[in-house]
Design a protein around this ligand. Structure first.
Ligand code: ZN
Length: 449
């Protein structure tokens, strides 16, 4: 027991030394001060049967990766192995960059009983819910997801998780967070239709805005409280009680104002759109990604390709709410069925058209730690295994604005690395079984032999 505790303590002390912090807006990674020297001296060579190169989409055989401190030093069988380096042979495994999930809700999770979730959601204190978030963050990084974009949380839970992870006091993925999503009264971004005599109506500080000036204010509040990215809700959603799934919920002027304000502060905008008309308006406003996209028409997908706007398809969430449909109240169940029927077809069209895709799962709608299920659903709907893996690595890094730091196994980049049992290009389900997870060069998970 004491050995386990001391190894855990050592691991987190090491992690704390690596101040791979994403500070609000500045998106800065880096070592600080004397800590850099102590970690830079640790050189580890990882050997495996193969390595997935997310630049070319090809496998290298055998896979060799040299990590010095928190960074990748060299890649490939020709790498020279420094004297005194620790060598880890992973056998029949595949090394690859850590997964990037561009759409999660790390501070919450739906269970099998919607009504119980609602009840708990009303009664849990933020401090109590934060402990659940820490549990979900651990499950996520242990599933091989080394970076997430958290696109919607209440009570500043996600930014608090991000800061605790960056401080090294809990294990978890690198996080970019949006705080509250921005949208209109009664829309998907608003709270449930509680009687205002019982629950106060939400205002721009909680992301609910009407008119361009309020929407600017809503964006500013999220940034003030630490948002790295802005989540905007121009269209209806599935898991909300009082709106259609696909209607337009913000005016063009509101979307233009929110996006302009976010961009003025150096934040990208992720737009939740099931409906096609809302997506067309969001594209005109200049958003950086469309989330879900269930009912997108081909001309919308083509316009996304032309403007390099990412699709974050969250196919697994659509699949999950489809197969667990009976747990929802009827008003939500109808919407869940409608979206579940369309999202896979839409993805097939997106794949043919060649829209840039970043992997995203909407984890929290489904249990955390199952993120890799998105990969087989992409391959079932038109992507090759290699394309799916690139969407979950290099694609995500590009969308998040972190391509110079993560997403590929390139010397000089941060050592976010996983090893999968088997060959994911031969069997995509290999993505569901990481045997090793490193974030910033620090071991977050290793499957016991
Ligand atoms: Zn979501």
């Amino acid at each position: 027991m004491s050995t386990v505790l001391s190894s855990v303590t050592q691991r987190f002390s090491a992690q704390r030394l690596i101040t791979a912090s994403i500070t609000c807006g500045a998106l800065v990674f880096g070592l600080s001060g004397a800590w850099a020297d102590s970690t830079a001296t640790q050189v580890t060579v990882y050997k495996a049967a193969r390595l997935f190169d997310s630049v070319s989409g090809q496998l290298q055989e055998p896979g060799v990766l040299v990590i010095a401190g928190h960074k990748i030093q060299s890649v490939g069988p020709a790498s020279s192995i420094p004297n005194g380096a620790k060598v880890v042979d992973l056998g029949e495994a595949t090394l690859m960059p850590g997964f990037i999930d561009a759409h999660v809700h790390l501070s919450e999770e739906s269970g099998p009983n919607w009504y119980l979730d609602f009840f708990n959601g009303m009664l849990r204190f933020p401090a109590e819910q934060a402990l659940y978030g820490a549990h979900y963050a651990k499950a996520t990084v242990e599933a091989g997801v080394t970076t997430v974009r958290d696109v919607g949380s209440s009570e500043y839970l996600a930014r608090s998780l991000r800061n605790a992870i960056n401080a090294g006091i809990i294990p978890g993925p690198r996080m970019l967070v949006s705080n509250y999503a921005i949208g209109s009264t009664g829309g998907h971004a608003d709270q449930s239709p509680f009687p205002p005599e019982k629950i106060a109506v939400a205002t721009p500080i909680k992301g609910v805005c009407n008119g361009p000036e309020e929407c600017r204010a809503a964006v500013r509040y999220q940034i003030k409280f630490g948002a790295d990215v802005i989540k905007m809700i121009p269209s209806g959603g599935v898991l909300s009680l009082s709106d259609p799934v696909d209607n337009v919920q913000m005016t063009q002027e509101e979307m233009n104002a929110a996006v302009a304000e976010a961009h003025a502060w150096g934040r990208k905008v992720a737009a939740h759109c099931h409906g096609d008309k809302a997506a067309k308006m969001a594209i005109a406003a200049g958003v950086d990604s469309i989330e879900h996209g269930s009912f997108l028409a081909d001309d919308t997908l083509a316009s996304m390709k032309a403007h390099h706007i990412y699709l974050v398809p969250t196919i697994f969430a659509g699949y999950w709410v489809g197969v667990n449909n009976e747990k929802f109240p009827p008003a939500i169940g109808v919407k869940a069925r409608a979206a579940a029927e369309q999202i896979q077809q839409m993805f097939q069209h997106a794949a043919k058209i060649g829209v840039p895709v970043a992997m995203g799962t909407d984890a929290g709608v489904e249990p955390h730690g199952m993120n890799a299920n998105e990969f087989w659903l992409m391959t079932k709907n038109g992507f090759s295994p290699s394309q799916a893996l690139m969407a979950g690595t290099a694609g995500g890094a590009d969308l998040l604005g972190l391509a110079d730091q993560i997403g590929t196994l390139t010397p000089g980049k941060v050592a976010d690395v996983i090893a999968l049992q088997g060959n994911p290009l031969a069997d995509i389900h290999a993505t569901e079984h990481p045997v090793l997870v490193l974030r910033d060069g620090v071991e977050m998970f290793r499957k016991s032999p």
